[in-house]
Design a protein around this ligand. Structure first.
Ligand code: ADP
Ligand code: MG
Length: 332
């Protein structure tokens, strides 16, 4: 991209620069941003990077989807700490295959997610990249001091929950890749399934409710697959997790698509990732469930925490067996 094209990107990010509101003292336009967290709150920070061909394909994601998802994956990490997302920094590396209008569409998607989750883009960096688009987002959030929800918070006796259906992103990707291989358009029937891959949502309200409940144990978000996230909780907390196969919530479209290609949807649910639901443990199951119901939020109980060697077990009609970590790992 030329110097002028880089100025274009600066123009597009200016829409975030207009209102310095809340705790933001300096936004886009100076050497760095300046903000003040409210009294009694700690800052929660995370960073997540998407690289073309490694984390997404142009064939399965529109530029707006790439921008949207890059924000959501970070907002989800803030949600998984029980925090409120506030500010974002965006580092973009643009390769020669990406035109200014396409880059603008990436920003359109990012700003759409910003609006939805109440996040302000307060700065970033723009560079050219050799042969693939690179998009790295950093999000800062806030949580009541000392109340962040950690992976190490599970205790024997806790119930294990997930905030919504899992496996949808992997199933959506499988469907999109199959349509591409078959050289056909995605049919109307599977548009909602595609959206589970292209437009996942983060569960900020659920994370906040868990903090407020005072009964939360461990918390993690499903970015690499339910199995992998449960293992992280088991190892960080030093406990044994037992989940029940039949209680894992699946989206209706995922079940329908699995049936249509004669496949078991369980592998998507356990090892798929990028669903951005929250998975965690809680002490007072009935009280938490009531609070979720009262707020109109779903919550699914999928198992329990026991003492024992750190590990994850899954029970079905055949019995109980160890669950391998097996989450999709981008370095595998
Ligand atoms: P510097 O040369 O001091 O690093 P830049 O000229 O790169 O600053 O950036 C000027 C302003 O624009 C800064 O506030 C920076 O945070 C912001 N900025 C640059 N690139 C982006 C981007 N891709 N997205 C959002 N803000 C950006
Ligand atoms: Mg400078």
């Amino acid at each position: 991209m030329s110097h002028d094209e880089f100025s274009l990107i600066r123009e597009w990010t200016k829409r975030g620069a207009q209102q310095a509101k809340g705790g933001l003292a300096v936004g886009i336009g100076d050497d760095a941003a300046v903000f003040t967290p409210p009294p009694g709150m700690q800052i929660v920070a995370c960073c997540d990077t998407m690289i073309e061909t490694v984390h997404f394909l142009r064939e399965t994601m529109q530029p707006e989807d790439i921008g949207y998802k890059s924000l959501v994956s970070n907002v989800s990490d803030i949600a998984a700490m029980g925090g409120i997302p506030r500010y974002a920094l965006v580092s973009i590396g643009i390769s020669s295959g990406w035109s200014p209008p396409e880059c603008r569409r990436i920003y359109d998607g990012m700003y759409e997610a910003c609006e939805r989750y109440g996040v302000q883009i307060i700065g970033g960096d723009t560079v050219s990249a050799p042969d693939a688009l690179y998009l790295s987002v950093t999000v800062f959030g806030e949580v009541e001091s000392g109340h962040a929800l950690l992976r190490s918070g599970a205790r024997p006796g806790d119930a294990i929950f997930v905030t919504g259906p899992v496996g949808g992103s992997a199933a959506g990707l499988a469907m999109l890749l199959k349509a591409k291989a078959d050289g056909v358009e995605v049919s109307q029937e599977w548009k909602a399934l595609a959206a589970l891959h292209q437009r996942p949502e983060a569960q900020v309200k659920a994370g906040r409710l868990l903090v407020a409940s005072g009964h939360a144990g461990a918390l993690n978000d499903v970015s690499d697959g339910l199995a992998s996230e449960l293992w992280e909780i088991a190892e960080a907390s030093g406990v044994r997790l037992l989940i029940e196969r039949d209680k894992i919530p699946l989206d209706r479209d995922v079940e329908a698509y699995a049936a249509s290609i004669g496949q078991d949807p369980l592998a998507w649910a356990l090892f798929g990732g990028e669903d951005y639901q929250l998975v965690g443990t809680a002490r007072e199951a009935s009280s938490i469930k009531e609070q979720f119901l009262a707020s109109g939020l779903p919550l699914f109980w999928i198992g329990r925490v026991e003492s024992g060697a750190p590990g994850v077990w899954i029970a079905d009609q055949q019995g109980t067996r160890p669950l391998e970590k097996g989450g999709y790992n981008h370095f595998a």
